[in-house]
Design a protein around this ligand. Structure first.
Ligand SMILES: Cc1cc2nc3c(=O)[nH]c(=O)nc-3n(C[C@H](O)[C@H](O)[C@H](O)COP(=O)(O)OP(=O)(O)OC[C@H]3O[C@@H](n4cnc5c(N)ncnc54)[C@H](O)[C@@H]3O)c2cc1C
Length: 405
């Protein structure tokens, strides 16, 4: 074994009989646009081949590492004619700039695009987003409100068409849309999702055959005999908090204290301004799962006082989705300042299956965004589920508008 190489904690029977050294070539093809990207390579240990890690750590220290977590994802690049020749950024280049482009067009309108486009737009960059749908996995109302937020920032939205070809004209990249339109900008950012990076590590030598969504794991993050997988490479949900959670699940299992993972209450936050936070099921998801779903949507500025401490002309929405049969919350979403913080009342309620009667009977501090939680729950349309109805968050607030579906 060459100096600086140490064996991973995989079972010895799983190691290849000959020490094959592989090197992964990082391609820069298609990323010819000017950028100050390229942070220095880390000196952290790197898996180079099955059972081999190049490391500056001592072999003794590395041997103490028992788990076999694997590197995660890379940006998916769609096969759009002309894309490679025109050159493009992925999230990596876009988050490493030291000079602003004059304009940027984002292919894909997911979380990465939306956050980056708003950020760049507020620095004066002319931005456009192309995507067949916006926030497709969320309630349709989320997509509508998000569109409004982005358009208020001057971002051009081409929601509906697909990008079908790219070409260069002078210093600009021109994206042709399948509805006959086109969008042009100095830089092109491709953000159509991320794919698990699971090839080239010899996973097959330890009995693992990754699929297109990544490495399949069971409820304990077990990927195979003596191998656990956590994070993006499992294709579960591409969030840091999910990766950390799975780390705890795997560690417990490795230590002989197996705990089943529970993904019913994974928060999803779009860090736009204002934030858009969701958890659990949308009403459509719930119905598709044969849940007798009921929901209530409240307009925050006309129902609670807190928005006025943040904005002169505030806007914001909060929605809850409940299972009428079981009398518990199954989903919620919020669009408001700090929504990524106060959505966690709903996260806990869904995870712990706290009865709606208890949630409704819980006192929230005035004036906070948390008040919206109690107020929305008390609007759910079922007398049997109602406890202590309070139709007004505070007597000072009149004319509240509540939409019940
Ligand atoms: C632009 C962007 C913004 C995001 N914002 C958020 C957010 O706000 N909140 C959120 O929850 N999630 C966010 N995510 C998703 C989040 O980054 C991932 O879900 C999370 O990092 C997954 O963790 P992971 O450990 O699975 O993978 P990673 O964080 O990708 O970690 C993989 C590690 O493996 C290392 N590695 C690679 N190759 C090797 C090798 N051969 N040997 C050893 N090590 C190797 C890498 O250096 C890296 O440290 C964002 C993602 C992107 C792209």
């Amino acid at each position: 074994m060459p100096p600086g190489s140490v064996a991973l904690g995989w079972t010895s029977s799983a190691l290849p009989s000959t020490a094959t050294t592989w090197s992964r070539t990082t391609t820069t093809r298609g990323r010819s646009q000017s950028t100050r990207a390229g942070a220095s390579r880390s000196s952290r240990p790197r898996a180079e081949s099955p059972g081999r890690v190049a490391s500056r750590l001592t072999a003794e220290r590395w041997r103490r590492t028992r788990s076999s977590s694997l590197p995660a994802q890379r940006a998916a690049i769609p096969p759009i004619p002309g894309l490679e020749e025109a050159g493009y950024w992925t999230n990596r280049e876009a988050t490493a700039i030291s000079e602003l482009p004059s304009s940027a067009v984002f292919i894909g309108g997911g979380v990465v695009s939306v956050e980056l486009a708003q950020f760049l737009a507020r620095f004066g960059v002319r931005c456009a987003i192309v995507d067949p749908s916006l926030a497709a996995r969320e309630d349709p109302a989320v997509g509508e409100r998000l569109s409004q937020i982005l358009e208020d920032d001057g971002i051009r939205l081409e929601i509906g068409p697909r990008a079908e070809a790219v070409r260069t004209e002078g210093t600009e990249r021109v994206v042709s849309l399948d509805n006959g339109g086109q969008v042009r900008a100095e830089v092109l950012v491709v953000a159509v999702g991320r794919r698990p990076r699971t090839q080239g590590f010899g996973l097959e030598t330890v009995g693992i055959q990754p699929g297109p969504r990544g490495i399949q794991v069971d409820d304990y993050c077990r990927a195979g005999d003596g191998v656990w997988a956590i994070g993006d490479c499992t294709g579960t949900a591409q969030f840091t908090h999910v990766a950390k959670y799975q780390g705890r699940i795997a560690a417990s299992d490795i230590c002989g204290r197996p705990v089943k993972a529970d993904y019913r209450a994974v928060p999803r936050v779009l860090f736009t301004e204002p934030e858009i936070a969701s958890v659990g099921l949308t009403e459509t998801d719930a119905r598709e799962q044969d849940i007798d779903a009921v929901s209530a949507v409240i307009d925050l500025p006309t129902t609670i006082a807190r928005p006025y401490t943040y904005e002169e002309n505030p806007h914001g929405t909060f929605a809850v989705i409940a299972d009428r049969d079981r009398g518990v919350l199954v989903g919620a979403w919020a669009l408001a300042p700090l929504a990524g913080e106060w959505i966690h009342q709903a996260v806990l309620a869904i995870r712990a299956e706290i009865p709606l009667s208890v949630l409704r009977d819980t006192i929230q501090q005035f004036p906070t965004f948390a008040e919206a939680f109690g107020l929305a729950l008390r609007q759910l349309p079922d007398e049997d589920m109602l406890v202590g109805i309070d139709h007004c968050a505070h007597p000072m607030i009149e004319g509240q508008r509540v939409e019940v579906r």
